[in-house]
Each structure stands twice: as C-alpha cells, then as structure tokens.
Design a protein around this ligand. Structure first.
Ligand code: ZN
Length: 173
C-alpha cells in the first residue's frame, strides 16, 4: 500500500464491474488521493466498455470509479465520433447525472425534448430522464459524465470545505 509521502505507480485499480476494452495504466495513489492519467481527448478512441444492461459496446468511453477508488460518484470520459449518435436511450435507478460538454457541438435529448449542446454546456438529468446525445459536428464530441445518488448531497463548498492554516509550500521543481 502506498502512502502520500511515497506515492507509487505500481498499484493496479480494482477490476471494473464493466469489461473494459482498454485500461488506464498511469495511476498514482496515496493515503488520501488517487490520480489517473486517462490520456488526451483525441486518444479516448482506444477505450470502450461492454455495457451489461444495454448489451452494447460503447466505444470511446472510460469509467473512472474503480480507477480513482471513488466512493460517492461515478465519472466517465466519453467521445462521440463526428455525425454520430449514442445508439441507445438510458435512464437510471437512483443516480442523477451531469453531462459536461468540453468539445464539439451537437444535441442532447431528455424525454423526447431536444436541446443544443456545445463546449461549455452542462446538463443535469434526474434519474428518470430518458436521455441520449449526438454529435452533429465534424469533430469528435468530448464530454464528461458525473453521476451521484440523487438527493444525497448534504454539505458543499462553503459548508463542507475547511481552510487549513499551513503556509503553502512546493518543491523547487
Ligand atoms: Zn447514465
């Protein structure tokens, strides 16, 4: 087990509950953190998962719950190729999702209502919302999805963050 003082890149993430087409190999953990280098957005094509509930392989998608030892949320990076739609609708049992669109341009759909999305658009979807996204541009659409249990957040930002009085220090390089 590595520590914050002696972080190690040798430890492997726990196996995902999804079969993954490629794994995130660059990882660093300490007592109170987990870091992963997933790669540049352009390199996300090598990732993909076989989704057990949907029975489809989703390419360009990498889930980070196991990679980062997350305990309260799931995060995934996703890439949708140009002029392509995610080929299925889905909804959730208990988690709300936020989609952060970081590159590209297209449309998002919730319960049949279509809305434009582009770099900088953030969409929250309640568990029951039937959702899909498509890329209507000629470049890859890069997006991040965060899911967490709906109604579970009790403290945040100013009510949860606590200042630490230590003077900030960094190594010389
Ligand atoms: Zn979802």
């Amino acid at each position: 087990m590595s520590t914050a003082a002696n972080p190690s890149t040798n430890d492997k993430p726990r196996p995902s509950n999804f079969p993954q087409l490629a794994d995130v190999h660059e990882r660093l953990t300490g007592a109170n953190f987990s870091l992963a280098q997933v790669g540049a957005a352009d390199d996300l094509h090598r990732y993909g998962v076989r989704h057990p509930a949907i029975g489809a392989t989703i390419r360009g998608k990498v889930f980070l719950k196991e990679v980062l030892d997350l305990t309260a949320m799931e995060i995934s990076f996703g890439l949708i190729p140009p002029q392509t739609s995610i080929p299925f609708y889905h909804k959730h049992k208990q988690n709300e999702e936020v989609y952060l669109f970081l590159r590209g341009e297209g449309q998002f759909q919730v319960d049949g209502q279509t809305m434009p999305v582009r770099e900088g658009t953030v969409v929250r979807v309640a568990p029951d919302g039937v959702r899909c996204a498509r890329n209507t541009s000629d470049q890859d659409m890069f997006y991040v999805v965060i899911q967490a249990k709906s109604g579970s957040l009790e403290q945040w930002t100013g009510s949860d963050g606590v200042g630490v009085k230590d003077e900030v220090k960094w190594p010389a390089h």
